[in-house]
Design a protein around this ligand. Structure first.
Ligand code: AMP
Length: 216
């Protein structure tokens, strides 16, 4: 009998993880211990050839691109910012849905000349404003983007919006829509070639779980 190949799946820490595990469970891939109660980075599963690595969302596309993991789950925002090189995106998991928006202070006046944009999504912001024919300066931040317009650091922010409560609580409002976001299953180019037989049924089972969840 042919030996089963090792398969590593990179999972994003944080809010996506809780919604991800039931979809993997539907494909009969279950962690051997409680991921939330452990500080480990690598987890065994109920298959001796399948492992999870649990890492920062922004590192998932990098791991998968370079074959450090065979497949992974990451938000579309993270994938757009990464650029998607070397990654296939066979399945929208329809979890952790939100929107990427341009936002600014409520009643902010139109800006004359170059706008300054604060964001952690530097590449997405560059591309979006270029498409709009808008010249902007981009300031990279790592969190609490809402603070930037209040403190006069930026005219607008590019950020993730779900309910809009965080914006409103800080005197900001959504202004322009950039993209709908949800979590995606990604597969690296090497894995797609070498481990296709192993990966295909997993994609199919997860896809079924997504449909059931949608219709459930
Ligand atoms: P809200 O106040 O509901 O608009 O949520 C806004 C904040 O929650 C954002 O600044 C994000 O940091 C975070 N957030 C909301 N939805 C998501 C998501 N699907 N993925 C990652 N972060 C999110």
């Amino acid at each position: 009998m042919m030996k089963k190949q090792q398969l590593t799946i990179a999972l994003s820490k944080g809010r996506i993880l809780e919604e991800t595990l039931p979809l993997l469970e539907a494909a009969n891939i279950i962690p051997a211990e409680n991921i939330f109660k452990s500080r480990k980075l690598i987890f065994d599963t109920n298959h001796d050839n399948i492992k999870f690595v649990v890492i920062r969302a922004t590192d998932v596309p990098t791991y998968v691109e370079y074959g450090g993991a065979d497949m992974g789950i990451a938000g579309k925002d993270v994938l757009m910012e990464h650029g998607g090189k070397g990654l296939y995106e066979p399945l929208d998991l329809e979890i952790a849905k939100c929107k990427l928006m341009v936002a600014g202070l409520t009643d902010a006046l139109p800006v004359e000349g170059r706008m300054r944009i604060a964001t952690k999504f530097v590449n997405i912001a560059k591309q979006y404003f270029a498409q709009q024919g808008c010249q902007v300066d981009i300031v990279k931040l790592y969190g609490a983007m809402e603070l930037a317009p209040i403190m006069g650091l930026a005219d607008r922010i590019v950020d993730i919006v779900d309910t809009g409560n965080t914006l409103r609580a800080n005197g900001l409002e959504p202004m322009d829509f950039i993209a709908n976001i949800s979590s995606r299953l990604v597969v690296g180019q090497p894995a797609l070639k070498m481990k296709h037989k192993q990966i295909q049924p997993i994609i199919e089972m997860m896809s079924e779980a997504v449909v059931n969840r949608r219709e459930g």
